[in-house]
Design a protein around this ligand. Structure first.
Ligand code: ATP
Ligand code: MG
Length: 231
């Protein structure tokens, strides 16, 4: 399963807010064996949201959008996602009933639009805040507030399933440039993906769906390099 993450928010582009939502979702999905193929950060702009969600929906099995879900003038995500699927927005009775049942205010007292969702959307109740999330086709739209987003993702997590992978990291006391040939050979001889992360020691990250292949690859590499404890 390949997922695209779309992070919406002007404040993410200016660096005022760090995009911790995409990092958190990336780890959650990785742990479920789901591949995140792309993360896109875009402003609170209806046309931009519509264009990018449409594009990413065509390229991935599912899209997760976060941010800009509230009903205030700077929150454009409901309209943008609706437009991406050629839908209009409408008052969502189930969302209003939910808001009425959980908050001390009636939905009618909240800013107009809190219970407005794309036509035909499935509502995702917000257990922490008020603005509901929703699902249209394979596009999951979650709030920007991290605690609200985390809680709502837990509810839909079972809908994200992939093949869990095994990961092993080998630390090597040689410069990265000296390892290129051995890493290339590792890549071709074993059904694993290999990442290289320089630092005091180079860290080679070996990942694959077959546990035995990952172990064999790690052993093959350890036998051919200088380990930190050999120094
Ligand atoms: P609300 O209904 O509260 O307005 P919302 O879904 O409209 O929620 P935003 O207005 O986009 O969300 O953002 C609410 C808060 O969450 C802001 O403080 C924002 O900085 C933070 N936030 C938004 N997106 C992210 C993100 N990708 N990573 C971390 N924090 C984020
Ligand atoms: Mg908002």
């Amino acid at each position: 399963m390949r997922v695209a993450i779309v992070s919406v928010g002007d404040e993410l582009l200016t660096g005022e807010t760090v995009n911790t939502n995409a990092a958190w979702l990336g780890r959650q999905l990785r742990d479920r064996g789901v591949n995140v193929g792309r993360v896109t950060v875009i402003p609170d702009d209806q046309q931009e949201i519509a264009r990018v969600v449409n594009e990413q929906h065509a390229a991935a099995d599912a899209v997760i959008v976060t941010g800009g879900l509230g009903p205030t003038h700077d929150d454009r995500t409901v309209e943008g996602v609706a437009a991406a699927f050629g839908r209009s927005v409408e008052f969502h009775e189930a969302a209003r009933e939910w808001i009425d049942s959980i908050s001390e205010y009636a939905a009618s007292d909240l800013v107009d639009g809190t219970a407005v969702l794309p036509t035909g959307a499935r509502q995702l109740p917000n257990q922490v805040g008020v603005a509901p999330g929703f699902v249209v086709e394979n596009c999951y739209v979650l709030p920007g507030v991290p605690e609200e987003m985390h809680q709502m993702f837990e509810e839909i997590a079972p809908e994200f399933v992939g093949e869990p992978t095994k990961v092993t990291v080998v630390e090597i006391a040689e410069p990265e440039s000296a390892l290129l040939e051995r890493i290339e050979q590792l890549r071709t001889e074993f059904p694993v993906s290999v990442g290289s992360y320089p630092g005091d020691n180079v860290r080679i990250r070996i990942e694959g769906t077959e546990e035995s292949a990952v172990e064999d690859a790690a052993r093959w590499l350890r036998d051919r390099v200088q380990m930190p404890e050999d120094r």
